[in-house]
Design a protein around this ligand. Structure first.
Ligand code: SF4
Length: 319
């Protein structure tokens, strides 16, 4: 098993709201990502997964805890060696429409990292690198002189991927890269990311709210609820036998390809709304919506506990 490349320890990210209140977007989250693997991070919108991802790569200051990338504190590196960090750690954005500069040609967008890091020996080398990257993501060399608005959503996301790959990174935060795309295009982008990972030994933190796509790309999956991890485990095991009542509810809503299984699928409907992260419930954050809640659930916050190899859950049912 590979060594962790990213270690997240008791990470907290709070935002000030008004004069006194704090929005606890990420509250005591710990996990590790091994070199060459994909960790999928899922949950409903507003659960803190994007904030968690962005804090992990130093885009946001942390409120507490630590994030180590290759053993070094990301938030220290971000201040002291920002170029070195951005050479290794890149991001693919959710919105391929908004994340590409409409005034720049596709070639110049892709070459931004090459220019910043001085990775091209001369303009011929720069051009060759752009062509190679376009080819790598399934675009062609004629695309280099065009502008982002001339492309479809899927093609724009391919440009975003080429831009991220231009500096030959080791780790990529994929921040809901397929959410804005048509379902038919989503699979193409996921397949491209899987292929690139295999060819280049990339490590991904893949954030999404669509559980069916996450299953295909992730080696392990973490489920977030209201700023905290409810469950984390190997993808196949978590999908086959989810342990946390929240994971069970989320997965019950995912359609199954097998018509027999699909017919017998029972959807678990969650009552109520997600509580406010400004004032999360005492004890288990999920207790107001959990049909299995017990008295202890309102008194003690369940800690993430390993209940099977590499599979941890934060729920008193497993104490
Ligand atoms: Fe439900 Fe209690 Fe488990 Fe929370 S700790 S998920 S309320 S059973």
């Amino acid at each position: 098993m590979n060594e962790p490349i990213l270690e997240v320890n008791h990470l907290k990210k709070y935002f000030k709201v008004g004069r006194k209140a704090e929005l606890k977007a990420v509250d005591d989250v710990s996990f590790a990502i091994r070199s060459g693997e994909t960790l999928g991070l899922v949950g409903e919108s507003g659960c803190g997964k994007t904030t968690c991802g962005r804090t992990c790569i130093g885009m946001y200051e942390k409120t507490g805890g630590s994030v180590l990338y290759k053993g070094k504190d990301v938030h220290v590196e971000k201040k002291q060696h920002p170029l070195a960090l951005s050479k290794d750690v890149q991001m693919i954005f959710q919105d391929p429409y908004a994340s590409l500069n409409p005034r720049m040609t596709v070639g110049d967008i892709i070459a931004e990292g090459i220019d910043v890091h001085g990775l091209a020996a001369n303009s011929k080398d720069r051009k060759e690198q752009i062509m190679e990257l376009l080819n790598l993501v399934g675009l062609n060399k004629e695309h280099a002189n065009r502008f982002a608005h001339e492309f479809s959503g899927g093609q724009r996301q391919r440009i975003g991927i080429a831009r991220a790959l231009a500096v030959d990174p080791r780790f990529i935060l994929c921040d809901e890269p397929i959410s804005a795309l048509d379902v038919s295009i989503q699979a193409q982008i996921v397949n491209l990311l899987v292929k690139l990972q295999r060819e280049r030994g990339l490590t991904y933190l893949f954030i999404a709210h669509d559980l069916s796509m996450v299953k295909h790309i992730s080696h392990r999956v973490g489920v977030m609820y209201l700023g905290a991890l409810a469950e984390i485990g190997p993808s196949r095991e978590l999908y086959r036998k989810p342990l946390h009542p929240y994971t069970q509810a989320l997965l019950s809503a995912v359609p199954v390809a097998d018509p027999k299984v699909e017919k017998s699928r029972e959807i678990i409907v969650l009552d109520g709304e997600v509580p406010s992260p400004i004032n999360p419930p005492e004890g288990c954050r999920f207790r107001d919506r959990c049909k299995l809640a017990m008295p202890i659930c309102s008194e003690i916050t369940p800690k993430l506990k390993e209940v099977a190899p590499d599979h941890s859950v934060a729920c008193h049912l497993y104490n």
